[in-house]
Design a protein around this ligand. Structure first.
Ligand SMILES: [Zn+2]
Length: 288
């Protein structure tokens, strides 16, 4: 028989509802190890935010919108650290916990709407606003390549949820801005822009492994840095990339330099942080 439970509880970090119990639809892999967390990020239950949900159980795996979720142990308790997409609708969100025997249980959290500001930018290169057919082929291939890196799951790394800003510069708080390029609506801004002079060093904000590098149509010179358990950061528009895929980096190692490659209006670092293949506001992870 399946282990069927129904609970309702309130915790300090998030309102948690166990909604229903499912049947075991997927076979779980061998017992996954929780990340050992030194800190928890602040929770903010809005699109683009982070839910920090005590599981009150010992789940082996968790999934939200078909993406694997970071499960971590903090002070003896298990938490799911769930990235909430900018596209999430206000109201109840559910995710699935799977125990070692393959039993499923649904957990929920409620999110509120957040009105993100509109941002209008002028791009001189019209092709960077309306790419031609050839560009679209390149963009699709690059997007698949980056998505594969963002979906990576590495349990040999212990993710650090407190990071140091990767570059000294002027931080914008433009995460989530609804963007218009030359008056045309485009995807919302999914990272933090840090303005700095071309050539300013960029440092790893936390330890990890360089998962991939590339020169991309929109993002320019790009690094994807894997911190483990689905916590993955992205660095774009760089002048130089100073690392190669597979390189292990420590906090503070130089990974590249600020540039203005790809679709930009000036030199800056575009930095994004992903949980469960979802771009969330990097400000959640900054200690200062
Ligand atoms: Zn940006």
């Amino acid at each position: 028989m399946l282990n069927i439970r129904r609970r309702l509880s309130t915790a300090s970090t998030a309102t948690v509802l166990i909604l229903s119990c499912g049947f075991s639809l997927v076979a779980t892999s061998s017992l996954a190890a929780d990340a050992k967390l030194q800190t928890l990020p602040p929770a903010l239950l809005v699109p683009g935010g982070v839910a920090v949900v005590p599981t009150a159980t010992q789940a082996a795996e968790a999934y939200y919108q078909n993406e694997r979720v970071l499960l971590g142990e903090y002070r003896g308790e298990q938490y799911a650290i769930v990235g909430i997409p900018l596209s999430a609708k206000p109201g109840l969100q559910t995710f699935t916990l799977i125990d070692a025997a393959g039993n499923e249980e649904s957990l929920g959290f409620s999110i509120q709407d957040k009105a993100y500001t509109e941002q209008r930018l002028t791009i001189k290169n019209q092709r960077q606003v309306n790419p031609n057919t050839e560009d679209m082929v390149r963009i699709r291939a690059e997007s698949a390549e980056m998505n594969a890196a963002f979906s990576s799951w590495d349990e040999t790394l212990e993710p650090t949820l407190t990071m140091t800003a990767p570059v000294a510069g002027i931080r914008s708080s433009s995460f989530g801005h609804r963007r218009f390029f030359n008056g045309e609506p485009r995807a919302p801004h999914s990272g933090m822009d840090i303005a700095a002079d071309e050539g300013t060093p960029i440092y790893a904000p936390a330890p990890g492994i360089i998962r991939s590098t590339g020169n991309y149509f929109f993002n320019g010179n790009t690094i994807i840095l894997d911190h483990g358990h689905g916590l993955i950061s992205l660095y774009c528009h760089m002048n130089t990339i100073d690392v190669t895929p597979g390189t292990k980096v420590e906090l503070g190692d130089q990974i590249g330099r600020v540039g203005q490659t790809g679709r930009v209006t000036g030199p800056h670092l575009h930095w994004s942080v992903n949980l469960n293949n979802t771009r969330v506001d990097p400000a959640f992870f900054l200690s200062e």
